[in-house]
Design a protein. Structure first.
Lengths: 353, 271, 347
């Protein structure tokens, strides 16, 4: 036995006395979490105050909690127009980020994102195909078509990658193949549409939280309340997938069963965002990378940090989208890439390998 | 632990044919054989990383593919060849993963988990490196960290696939001495696949030689490591001497043996 | 490691045939197949023509015969354009996969197509509609700038342009530029209207002008790729192996990147961002001829040309008189095949 002093472990154990629960998170997590929350709160307030109709920061807070402000319009603008879209952006960012972290951990590939599961191409083909071939497209059907297309594509990819088991390389290749097919189909549909419909379809594909409503926010929130805790409970399995299928098996996970569960979770998280906001690229890919820099690769802390990084990224992207060409507005999917890419390039520069 | 008429295959290519082997509890057993003889495949089969095509693998008389995976993971620790960890993972975190089979859905990190993790790190002499990311360590240190992870699993049986490959000679001995110590101090049953015949002879109580998916020799290193075996199985001419230090046989190959056209490897071919 | 000249492969019926014999014969067969496919492709169109007419149009041209005129001015340039972009994109993909040691590398994934598309969209947005030729020049320069930025980004920082960094920087650059492209297309209806047909990738209406402007670039790229093929083989075995063999990887990589610009840029200039050829054809070629780029490059070129010609012909025929753009047809043919390959090759 050694007499050497153990260095402090890089985790803290959470064992609340009154709950039959214990867990372990990286010791950077609490600080990172607090900072992320603080920044997020700040950005949220700033974002609500900004717009064609400017509102003072203090009035934002008062209106949000229902207190009287100097101008009765404040309450209307804040609660009916700005809050829903901003909260929706936040929730979508959270969902996509969690989805991306799961799929990257599962495939051990840091190029993976929810698009790999066919979410974007599946939803896109379903929606744009419907607009192309339906005599009288009904907008109310679009969210359902998107959901069906996204989940259907994920299922097809999973089944095609199955060969007595799903290896991650096979999943990636099949995913890329099907995504390319979907992309080509969508481009083709768009050439067949009238200009007006084509542009509508294109805008949907880019993703936007324009004119969001409270019911949409509630729907997203409800889903996240179910799916995110589930994802957190599977953090340990993701850690094992990160060490490779062989190690995961030998440590006693039922690999294929857990893989299917995690793929389903990831697909569901991304698919619901598609129903409320169309396809938003980039967040699911980049948020896990940023979070990994902040709290390291173990998923107990990584998942929760990723969720907040993703939420923050999308709220900032929404603010920028409303600001750069005001009074016009850019789609959300455009500004996420413009904000995220330079930071990612910086990470690449630092990485050196 | 034993196999009964075990056959293993990748797709349609059968690697192991009807193989029966039983591992003696408390011993270090090594599997050796030329490249492609099926030794790693056999280890994967024993570790239930590969489903048998026919026959079965038994642990205490029960087929391992029928056992609940977590229960099996408390009995059997495995270290595959060339494992990789994500960037930035520390030794501590890696070793902690080994506790998985002992954790529940809600009880994810008990004081016992913490205790065992430290113990595994201590026994592998990784204490000072415990908070370092794996990618900053040398090959030998990394291998010890992986072994520590399997130790945190607290299993009586350990299967290791070429744990010394790609390591410098000093690190190789470090790892082999650790394995010997685990066997001596903790009475662990250890099954190794090794490339180096002399290391196998030096550290194991029993050597099993595989060729073309079948066992061609099985016994103590002294009984197994003969000139005939080296000529027939490994196609080399070699002298066997006894290491004055450890008393174990050492082979000194000096020339490749040209197989005669009609020798089928079963009977000895001498010059 | 075996050298292709020395090793032998066992053919299906058990005979031993030297690769030195087998590979040239295989290539010859592929070329003959390409010529046949080309001939059939020329016969297909609004009016079906006979093979003998094609022969006459080529070797006994009579400007007063309408069919001859059609062949010489419409159908021939189109198939030649197809051959050029098929070979160009496929070889560009092969080079990129060798350089990055990543089986998913291709012009569409590593930012080249995205750069070209951005340049074309920006040009159209600023100056209004442009003839195909100007679009081509824009695409070519966009592709070149994209390749240079991706390469520079990957080279920055410690460690230089490693395969992993090249891949990541390509993907990031593609996402970044696509965002701007999308912004313009959404905000400007006029640009969107003009560009949506270009982004699919098509050979419709391509004539001698495009072929003569951009074909030579692709040709130079092909010759360069052939000359570099031995070095690419070494790099594709891995960075360390290449360095161990005393190769100046940085210079080779830079030259190979230049060839990629010529091949992919020239192809995109002719037909727009045609996906899939660059991704799958190198894999097919590898199944046929192994890992030696001295064979992969020529096989990839010929198979790429065959694939594009077939896809374009089928696209013209199936929904006649409507035409399915070659980019879409390729995805239809390519995706199932690619998925099949993934299932079959990966254990």
């Amino acid at each position: 036995m050694q007499t050497n002093e153990f260095p402090k472990p890089n985790w803290i154990a959470l064992r609340p006395r009154f709950l039959p629960f214990s867990a372990r998170v990286d010791r950077r997590v609490p600080a990172v979490f607090l900072v992320l929350c603080a920044v997020l709160l700040l950005v949220l307030v700033l974002s609500v105050s900004y717009g064609a109709y400017k509102i003072a920061l203090l009035d934002v807070l008062r209106a949000a909690v229902g207190l009287e402000t100097s101008d009765p319009n404040h309450a209307l603008v804040v609660r009916s127009f700005r809050l829903p879209r901003i909260l929706l952006a936040l929730l979508i960012g959270m969902a996509l980020a969690a989805s991306g972290a799961i799929i990257q951990g599962l495939t051990r590939n840091d190029l993976a994102d929810p698009g790999l599961l066919g979410i974007n191409s599946g939803a896109g083909v379903a929606v744009v195909g419907y607009i192309t071939f339906a005599a009288m497209p009904n907008d109310a059907l679009l969210p359902w078509l998107a959901l069906a297309g996204a989940l259907g594509a994920s299922a097809v990819i999973y089944l095609l990658a199955w060969k007595g088991g799903v290896s991650s390389l096979r999943l990636i290749l099949v995913g890329v193949g099907l995504a390319s097919l979907g992309g080509a189909l969508i481009s083709y549909f768009i050439t067949r549409l009238t200009l007006e419909n084509a542009q509508r379809a294109y805008a949907w594909l880019t993703g936007s939280v324009y004119a969001s409503t409270w019911p949409e926010v509630r729907l997203m929130a409800l889903w996240l309340l179910v799916l995110l805790p589930l994802a957190f409970l599977f953090a340990r399995q993701l850690n094992l997938f990160n060490l490779g299928d062989d190690i995961a098996t030998s440590l006693g996970t039922r690999v294929e069963q857990h893989r299917l569960t995690l793929i389903a979770l990831s697909a569901a998280l991304a698919a619901i965002t598609v129903t409320v906001a169309g396809t938003i690229a980039f967040v699911g890919f980049v948020a896990p990378h940023i979070a990994r820099r902040l709290v390291g690769p173990t998923h107990e802390g990584l998942l929760i940090s990723t969720v907040f990084v993703g939420g923050l990224l999308l709220v900032v992207a929404d603010l920028v989208a409303r600001w750069v060409i005001a009074p016009g507005e850019l789609p959300l999917g455009v500004t996420t890439a413009v904000i995220g890419a330079p930071y990612f390039a910086y990470l690449l520069y630092k990485r050196g390998r | 632990m034993e196999t009964k008429n075990l056959s293993l295959a990748y797709d349609r290519e059968t690697i192991i044919q009807q193989l029966s082997l039983s591992i003696v509890t408390g011993e270090i057993t090594t599997l050796v054989g030329p490249n492609g003889c099926g030794k790693s495949t056999l280890l994967r089969g024993l570790a239930r990383l590969l489903k048998p095509k026919a026959g079965e693998v038994l642990l205490d008389g029960k087929a391992i593919h029928a056992l609940p995976t977590k229960q099996l993971a408390k009995q059997l620790g495995i270290l595959p060849q060339g494992p990789t960890a994500p960037e930035g993972l520390t030794v501590y975190e890696l070793v902690a993963q080994g506790r998985y089979p002992h954790q529940g859905f809600f009880q994810q990190w008990s004081p016992e988990d913490e205790e065992t993790t430290r113990e595994a790190i201590a026994i592998t002499n990784m204490v000072e490196l415990a908070d370092r990311p794996l990618d900053t360590l040398s090959g030998g240190q990394r291998q010890r960290a992986w072994i520590a992870m399997t130790l945190a699993q607290k299993t009586p049986i350990l299967l290791l696939d070429e744990p010394t490959t790609f390591l410098d000679i000093g690190y190789q001995l470090e790892v082999m001495e650790l394995i010997e110590r685990l066997n001596r101090e903790r009475q662990m049953t250890i099954l190794l696949v090794l490339h180096d015949l002399n290391q196998a002879a030096r550290y194991s109580q029993r050597m099993v030689v595989l060729n073309q998916g079948r066992i061609v020799a099985d016994g103590t290193p002294g009984a197994v490591l003969t000139k005939e075996l080296l000529a027939n199985v490994f196609k080399v001419q070699a002298n066997i001497v006894i290491d004055p230090d450890s008393g174990s046989p050492v082979c000194l190959p000096y020339r490749t043996a040209v197989p005669t056209p009609h020798s089928n490897g079963a009977n000895g071919h001498k010059k | 490691m075996t050298t292709p000249a020395a090793s032998v492969s066992r053919s299906g019926n058990g005979r031993l045939i030297g690769r030195a014999v087998w590979l040239p014969v295989g290539l010859l067969v592929a070329i003959i197949l390409l010529v046949m496919v080309l001939a059939i492709s020329i016969t297909q169109g609004a009016a079906e023509l006979r093979l003998s007419t094609i022969y006459e149009a080529l070797f006994a041209y009579d400007a007063t015969v309408f069919d001859h005129l059609i062949i010489r001015t419409v159908r021939l340039p189109r198939v030649v354009a197809g051959v050029i972009i098929g070979a160009g994109l496929a070889v560009a993909g092969a080079l990129m996969q060798g350089l990055t040691t990543n089986p998913l590398a291709s012009p569409d994934i590593l930012g080249i197509s995205a750069g070209a598309a951005f340049a074309v969209v920006l040009g159209t947005f600023l100056f209004g509609g442009a003839p195909l030729l100007v679009t081509g020049v824009l695409a070519m320069s966009g592709a070149a700038v994209a390749a240079i930025i991706v390469y520079a980004l990957a080279s920055a920082g410690r460690g230089g342009a490693t395969p992993a960094k090249l891949t990541l920087s390509g993907v990031i650059f593609a996402m970044f530029t696509s965002a701007f492209t999308t912004a313009i297309l959404i905000l400007d209806r006029n640009t969107f209207e003009q560009i949506r047909f270009w982004t699919v990738g098509s050979l419709a209406g391509r004539d001698w002008e495009q072929v003569l402007w951009f074909g030579p670039l692709v040709l130079v790229g092909l010759i360069g790729a052939l000359l570099l093929s031995r070095q690419i083989t070494t790099i594709s075995l891995g960075q360390d192996v290449a360095k161990g063999l005393g190769q100046n990887t940085a210079v080779i990589k830079a030259f190979a990147a230049l060839m990629v610009i010529l091949l992919a840029g020239g192809s995109v200039a002719i037909a727009g961002p045609v996906a899939f050829v660059g991704l799958i054809v190198p894999h097919v070629a590898r199944v046929v001829c192994g890992v030696d780029y001295r064979w992969i490059v020529p096989f990839t070129a010929v198979i790429g040309a065959i694939l594009v010609t077939v896809a374009d012909t089928v696209g013209r025929v199936v929904l006649r008189p409507q035409e399915i753009p070659v980019g879409v047809m390729l995805a239809f043919v390519g995706a199932p095949f690619f998925i099949y390959l993934a299932r079959w090759k990966i254990r």
